[in-house]
Design a protein around this ligand. Structure first.
Ligand code: ATP
Length: 272
C-alpha cells in the first residue's frame, strides 16, 4: 500500500497533501459488542479531520484505533503507506502520533513547564538520564528541549502560568497545557479527544484559535472527536460521521450538513 492519494486545496486556500493515515475496513469488537463495523477513511497530510456521531457511535473507539491503543479485530491501519502492527506507546510517539485525553491526564502537583517537558521524553536521546539532568543541572540537550518548550509556551500564550502547579489552574487552561504537552512531542499528527468538553464559550473560542494556529504554523495534521457541532463545522476540513459503529457520512462540513442520513441520525435531532 504505497499509493498516496492526491491532495486538495481547501476553501480558505490551504494546500492539503496526500494520505498520511488510512483506516481500511476497520472492525472492532468487545466480546459481543461491535463498536466499529467495517469503516474505511483516510487522514491527509495537513488537514483537520473530525469524527462525529451520537453517544455510543464508536468515536472514542476509533480514536483509540488511530492512536494504536486498540488493535482492530479486522482491518488495518496504514501510516505513511506502511501497514502498522501492534505497537508500544513509545513506538506510537516515535512515529509522530500524539494525543490529548477527554479526562485531562496531567501531573497536578508539577508545574506547567515540567508537565510540558514530559511531552519531550520520547525525544530525549538518553531517556531517563537526560530527564535527571533536566532536574539536576544544565546540559546542551536540556537547553535545546527547554528552548522548544519555551516556544510552545509563547505560542499558546501561557507564559504567566509557567511555574504554576497544574492542579491550581482552571479547566480551560489545563486543557491548553495538555495541548502544549502533546505539541512538545513535535507530532506529525495530533489526536484530540473532545478538546472543547466542559469549556465555556470563551475557552472554546481560544481553543479553536489555537488548534487552527497549530495546524497553520506547524503544519500539524489534526484528527479530533468533538460533540460541539458548531466547533466541528468551523474547524474541520473533512468530517467522518459514525452511527452505531458504522460510517454514515464522510466529506466537507457542507457535504455532511446536507447528508440526509446524517441529518436523520444526528444533526437534525440535536442541533439547529
Ligand atoms: N472497553 C469497552 N468494553 C466494552 N464495550 C465498549 C468498550 N468501549 C466502548 N464500548 C462500547 O462500544 C460502543 C462505542 O463506544 P464509544 O465509547 O467508542 O462511543 P463514542 O461515540 O465515543 O461515545 P460517547 O460520545 O458517548 O463518548 C458502545 O456501545 C460502548 O458501550
Amino acid at each position: 500500500m504505497n499509493d498516496m492519494s492526491e491532495g486538495y486545496v481547501t476553501a480558505d486556500g490551504r494546500k492539503i497533501g496526500g494520505t498520511l493515515m488510512e483506516m481500511k475496513n476497520i472492525t472492532l469488537k468487545f466480546g459481543g459488542v461491535t463498536a466499529i463495523q467495517d469503516i474505511s477513511f483516510d487522514i491527509r497530510d495537513g488537514e483537520i479531520r473530525a469524527i462525529i456521531g451520537p453517544n455510543g457511535a464508536g468515536k472514542s473507539s476509533m480514536l483509540n484505533v488511530i492512536s494504536g491503543f486498540y488493535i482492530p479485530t479486522e482491518g488495518s491501519v496504514y501510516f505513511k503507506g506502511v501497514k502498522r502492527g501492534p505497537m508500544k506507546p513509545y513506538q506510537v510517539a516515535q512515529l509522530g502520533i500524539a494525543r490529548t485525553f477527554q479526562n485531562i491526564a496531567l501531573f497536578d502537583g508539577m508545574s506547567v513547564l515540567d508537565n510540558i517537558m514530559t511531552g519531550r521524553l520520547t525525544l530525549m536521546k538518553s531517556g531517563l538520564l537526560s530527564q535527571a539532568m533536566w532536574w539536576g543541572g544544565a546540559s546542551k540537550e536540556e537547553d535545546e528541549h527547554r528552548e522548544k518548550v519555551e516556544k510552545i509556551i509563547d505560542f499558546l500564550e501561557i507564559q504567566s502560568i509557567r511555574k504554576t502547579p497544574v492542579g491550581r489552574l482552571p479547566y480551560g487552561l489545563k486543557k491548553r497545557v495538555e495541548l502544549a504537552r502533546a505539541l512538545a512531542a513535535e507530532p506529525k499528527i495530533l489526536l484530540l479527544d473532545e478538546p472543547m468538553a466542559g469549556m465555556n464559550v470563551e475557552e472554546k473560542e481560544d481553543m479553536c484559535r489555537f488548534i487552527l494556529d497549530v495546524n497553520d504554523e506547524f503544519g500539524t495534521t489534526i484528527a479530533l472527536i468533538e460533540h460541539d457541532m458548531g466547533v466541528v463545522m468551523d474547524l474541520s476540513d473533512r468530517v467522518v460521521v459514525m452511527d452505531y459503529g458504522k460510517k454514515i457520512g464522510d466529506g466537507t462540513p457542507d457535504e455532511v450538513r446536507n447528508n440526509q442520513d446524517v441529518i436523520d441520525a444526528y444533526l437534525g435531532v440535536s442541533h439547529d
